[in-house]
Design a protein. Structure first.
Lengths: 370, 256
């Protein structure tokens, strides 16, 4: 590659002639010389490519950079004389030269973001309300309809959400029962009141710990799975296909999940209560040296039916929350694989938020009623 | 490079496949596949849906390991090659996937810039210019900052081609380049393939069953059927071939 420079025509026109092969090295040399010779406010730069017989991508990048540099100095840039394949190549990359200076869209300002968030939240609330109404209608009405509820799907979901969750629910609630018993025992044993730890564990698990702990486990397990499943179906247009065939998504997909979860959750909570008490029992036997019969008798005597009802009632609401939040988020996915990950995370976070929030409402309600 | 080396490089196939056997699970998909691709030519692998075209592509690009057989790039065997050495060869190869295979979390610009940022030490300004050139080549310079989810299927496909071109590959693989596109966009993509070969001297292997594309782009065709090769030759030979399975394919099933 040979470079020839000269000022031709008008005094302010810098004329540069390139020859041979325009590649990375030759392009860089050309650029360096343009930088040396082109002065601020210089009129125009003409690149003569008549004798360039070959150009590659990296050579092309230098043309773009020379154009960019000329523009930064306020000089007009043009290339001339390219022939054959070089000319065709330059014609193909010409839009790149045009769009090279285009900046990525700027990030919205704080007020734009606030406004955007407001409208998004408003729209999401409306959609969530519609989903709740639709799902509740179909959950209660479907069994009475012509086709009935899709019981086979309910059974499959029941197995997936309920039966397969028993192991982890038992393990974590047992360990929690163990921990709570030890913490409580450490506080009360100096007063000889260790037996009341049984009351604390039994009532605590029946009213609060078992429903909350089980809901969090189910949310992380099944809630995330529901969101990911619905999101993937949305991305792969399966939900559109269902709608296109005239199926109601709430009836076809969501109602069986709600029914399965509403059946599974109270059962899991009862199992969790037993596991928690069992964990406490082992502390009583092996650490506090108490008689197991005495512990069990104390637990049963302390428990009232209202405590159990409180826990089970909550679990029903938590079950509905987990399914609806998962489905709502899943169906609003955007952006493919990353979007699926984001809605799954969002779904679990929202589950936990709504579970705890509704638990506060329950706690307040039960405080004044029971 | 002296004249002898240049002649030797020209004579050495860019890609040489011998007795390739591929399986999917327990099922044998391909058997006894042998062919060569030479510098600057466009070989089209064709056949009915499910005949193993994409499986062949996945095996020769080492996305999956062939059960047996040999795959050589520029005379170098790549089966059982160490990862580092394999990457050295893959660096010279570009693959354009059926749906574009763009990363949805980043704009089109960053998708194309990714291999340049990760596999070269070029300054960001040069990378920006290179990305704009590649996007211009596929007619997407004005869509650089769109997210993949905001562009059409055809545009995603073309953006995938731009990414495949990012490192100036010497060999390009296309998986169903024009499938599912409208005739105008499909024809545009076919002409892009021809332009890439003509302007950049790229060797191309395209897997497709689109008859119009085959007739537009192919120098030679390799036809697969029932897990084996049924034809390998020039496009003219394929069009004149009297084998029922080949004739049937090119007459859109009118020949029985």
């Amino acid at each position: 590659m040979k470079l020839m420079f000269g000022r031709a025509g008008l005094a302010e026109e810098l004329h540069i002639k390139a020859t041979g092969e325009l590649n990375l090295e030759a392009g860089q040399a050309l650029f360096e010389d343009v930088k040396k010779r082109l002065t601020v406010g210089g009129g125009s730069l003409v690149l003569d490519l008549q004798d360039v017989r070959k150009i590659d991508s990296l050579g092309g990048t230098w043309i773009l950079r020379i154009k960019h540099y000329a523009a930064s100095l306020g000089a007009r840039f043009e290339y001339r004389g390219a022939t054959g394949l070089v000319s065709e190549y330059l014609r193909m990359i010409a839009p790149g030269i045009e769009y090279m200076d285009k900046e990525p869209p700027r990030n919205p300002g704080i007020f734009e973001r606030l406004g955007d968030t407001y409208y998004k939240v408003k729209q999401e609330c409306t959609e969530a309300r519609n989903l709740v109404i639709d799902v509740l209608y179909w959950t209660f009405m479907a069994p009475f309809g012509k086709k009935g509820l899709r019981w086979q799907i309910v059974m499959d979901e029941l197995h997936e959400m309920g039966v397969r969750a028993i192991g982890i629910v038992v393990l974590l609630n047992y360990l929690l029962g163990f921990i709570v018993s030890m913490l409580a025992a450490a506080q009360v044993r100096n007063w000889g009141a260790s037996i009341y730890v049984a009351d604390l564990v039994a009532i605590g698990f029946a009213r609060e710990l078992a429903p909350i702990m089980t809901s969090v486990i189910v949310s992380a397990r099944s809630g995330a799975a529901i969101a990911a499943e619905m999101a993937t179906m949305e991305v792969q247009e399966e939900i559109d296909a269902l709608k296109g065939m005239g199926f109601n998504v709430s009836y076809f997909l969501i109602a069986p999940k709600v029914v399965a979860m509403v059946l599974a959750m109270p059962c899991l909570v009862v199992i969790a209560m037993a596991a928690g008490v069992w964990g406490g029992l082992h502390v009583a036997i092996f650490i506090l040296g108490m008689d197991s019969g005495m512990w069990i008798r104390e637990s049963i005597l302390s428990l009232q039916i209202g405590d159990m009802i409180q826990g089970l009632l909550k679990s029903l609401v938590f079950a509905v929350i987990i399914v609806l939040v998962g489905c709502h988020n899943g169906m609003h996915v955007t952006g493919g694989a990353r979007g699926v990950g984001l809605v799954t995370t969002r779904s679990v976070v929202m589950d936990i938020f709504f579970i705890v929030t509704s638990d506060v409402i329950f706690a307040t309600l039960f405080y004044y009623t029971f | 490079m002296n004249e002898r080396e240049q002649a030797s490089e020209k004579a050495t196939p860019v890609l040489e496949v011998k007795d390739l056997v591929a399986e999917y699970g327990e099922m044998r998909i391909l058997e006894g596949i042998s062919f060569s691709v030479y510098k600057g030519e466009i070989l089209v692998v064709l056949g009915k849906s499910g005949c193993g075209k994409s499986t062949l592509l996945r095996n020769i690009t080492r996305l999956v390991e062939p059960v047996s057989g040999s795959v050589k790039y520029w005379g170098r065997e790549v089966t059982n090659l160490e990862e580092d050495e394999l990457y050295g060869i893959l660096r010279r190869i570009g693959i354009s996937y059926q749906g574009g295979a763009l990363f949805n979390s980043m704009p089109v610009f960053d998708n194309v810039a990714l291999p340049l940022r990760e596999r070269t030490n070029l300054p960001e300004e040069t990378i920006k210019a290179l990305v704009m050139i590649k996007l211009s080549l596929v007619g997407l310079a004005d869509a650089a900052y769109y997210m993949p989810s905001d562009i059409s299927g055809g545009m995603r496909k073309r953006a995938g081609v731009a990414r495949a071109l990012a490192l100036d590959p010497e060999l390009l693989f296309f998986d169903e380049p024009s499938a599912g596109l409208d005739p105008v966009t499909a024809s545009g993509l076919d002409h892009l393939i021809i332009d890439l070969r003509r302007l950049l001297g790229v060797t191309i292997v395209a897997v497709t069953h689109e008859l119009d594309s085959i007739k537009t782009i192919a120098d030679r065709v390799l036809m697969l059927d029932n897990g084996g090769m049924v034809f390998l030759g020039t496009l003219a030979e394929a069009l004149a071939c009297e084998k029922p399975v080949v004739k049937n394919f090119f007459t859109r099933g009118e020949f029985v």
